[in-house]
Design a protein around this ligand. Structure first.
Ligand code: ARG
Length: 471
């Protein structure tokens, strides 16, 4: 079949060759952005007198008809038209006749595809930011109910010190907050128009790039036409920001998987977010959390893939760049899906408070309390550490915990120990007393949650947050 660019060709490629080069199977996801870009371009051509008013109106009308069809999912794309741009141009000509061929005046597919990608990513990143916010709200709600739920805190996955369960949940709030800011910050670089850069060198037509950029809602235009058509940094940045977000989700997923195991039993995931086994009737598997952990791998993969695609490319456009799309689409879908699932999973999970309480009463995670107690009474911390270490060993041999020791036993280890030690050894008190800024003390956790709520109620752009330290 004759190609839209077929003038200088004497024979056409075979179908299987066309198929290899075509991107329509995936870039049809850009259909609405491509039409939007064309509408702005043709409006600009009309305003600058490059096309007559009549031609402009006709093309716009045709594009709007295609838009309606696209929204109703009525367009049928074909591989022989290679990509979304040529498919739509062909359809436009079919729709309104040869005048449709004037749309491409002063434009190339190179600036066209870059424009589509900028428009697409801007929209998707804004939606992702909203999904992160709604997940953060869920975390806050859950945390608020568990400020005074005392849970084991770990380092090296060994019991370390008791903490507020809300404090643990809120750690993820702050990771997501940084993720959100990274996306927000990246919008500055996404929100720039390459339209009008032409194939690589600009155009001889008296176009107005700032006008078309404004019509598309972009905040600025690229200052160099070569850069405009060959820049994919904004996509790499998106893949990078998404990799960090997925790394956070994956760590959280890993914790939910551990916590819901028979060994921990700290939480129970809702049936709606779990699956059974086809052979073992007793099983309830945390599949959704595992999948999110697993999908993190493909997101990292797309980041490395695009960095590698671009590393050796001479300026300006090269067909290699068509490889920027599938990874980007996949990451958009993966990140959105993972955030929605995670939100539901955390909202519906049951926290097994009695199991958490029981756990912190059956370990040595209050050993630091005893060492701090001795240090507060003037014993050098290093010595206090040694005394408590010996007491722990003694307990292990006697098969008991620190709070089970009699006052005599304790006094034998150090005469400065008094009756008040039992109060100090209680995990609840241990948490409560950690009232340093950002610590797990209940008052601190309440303040943290309050601060987090205030952040969510402010627009992101006003944000001068995290630490308002005097400078
Ligand atoms: N489908 C192409 C892509 O995604 C559009 C740009 C094609 N430009 C060209 N000169 N062949 O990269």
């Amino acid at each position: 079949m004759k190609k839209l660019w077929g003038g200088r060709f004497q024979k056409s490629a075979e179908e299987w060759v066309d198929e290899f080069g075509a991107s329509i199977s995936f870039d049809q996801e850009l259909v609405l952005e491509d039409i939007e870009g064309s509408l702005a371009h043709v409006t600009m051509l009309g305003k600058c007198g490059i096309l007559s008013q009549e031609e402009t109106d006709k093309i716009k009308e045709g594009l709007l008809r295609l838009k309606e069809k696209a929204e109703r999912d009525e367009l049928t794309f074909s591989i022989s038209e290679e990509d979304i741009h040529l498919n739509l141009e062909k359809m436009l000509i079919e729709e309104i006749g040869p005048v449709g061929g004037k749309l491409h005046t002063g434009r190339s597919r190179n600036d066209q595809v870059a424009t589509d990608m900028h428009l697409y990513l801007k929209k998707q990143v804004q939606s992702i930011i909203q999904l992160i916010t709604s997940f953060q709200e869920t975390i806050i709600e859950k945390a608020e109910r568990h400020v005074e739920t005392v849970a084991p805190g770990y380092t090296h996955l060994q019991r370390a010190q008791p903490i507020s369960f809300a404090h643990h949940l809120m750690a993820y709030f702050w990771m997501l907050e940084r993720d959100k800011k990274r996306y927000q910050e990246s919008l500055k670089r996404i929100d720039v128009s390459p339209l009008g850069a032409g194939a690589l060198a600009g155009t001889t037509f008296p176009i107005d790039r700032e006008y078309s950029a404004a019509l598309l809602g972009f905040s600025g235009v690229y200052q160099n036409s070569l850069d405009a058509v060959s820049d994919r940094d904004f996509i790499i940045e998106f893949l990078n920001d998404s990799s960090i977000l997925m790394m956070h989700l994956s760590r959280f997923a890993e914790e939910l998987i551990l916590w819901s195991s028979q060994e921990f039993q700290f939480i129970e995931l809702d049936d709606a977010f779990s699956t059974g086994s086809s052979i073992m009737p007793q099983k309830k598997n945390p599949d959704m959390a595992e999948l999110i952990r697993g999908k993190t791998g493909r997101v990292y993969g797309h980041l490395i893939s695009l960095l590698t695609v671009l590393k050796g490319l001479p300026l300006a456009y090269n067909k290699d760049m068509q490889e920027d799309k599938e990874g980007m689409f996949d990451v958009v879908h993966t990140v959105m899906g993972s955030l929605k699932i995670f939100n539901g999973m955390v909202r519906t999970m049951k926290v097994n408070e009695s199991k958490l309480t029981e756990s912190v009463h059956h370990d040595f995670s209050n050993a630091t309390e005893l060492a701090d107690y001795l240090a507060a009474k003037g014993i050098p911390f290093r010595e206090a550490h040694e005394i408590v270490g010996k007491l722990v060993l003694h307990c292990i041999q006697k098969k008991c915990y620190l709070a089970d020791l009699s006052l005599e036993d304790l006094k034998e280890a150090s005469p400065v120990i008094e009756e008040d030690i039992y109060q100090i050894l209680s995990p609840y008190q241990a948490v409560k007393r950690r009232n340093s800024l950002g610590g797990t003390g209940f008052e601190q956790v309440k303040q943290q949650i309050q601060y987090a709520k205030e952040l969510l109620s402010q627009p992101l752009s006003n944000d001068k947050r995290q630490m308002d330290l005097p400078v």
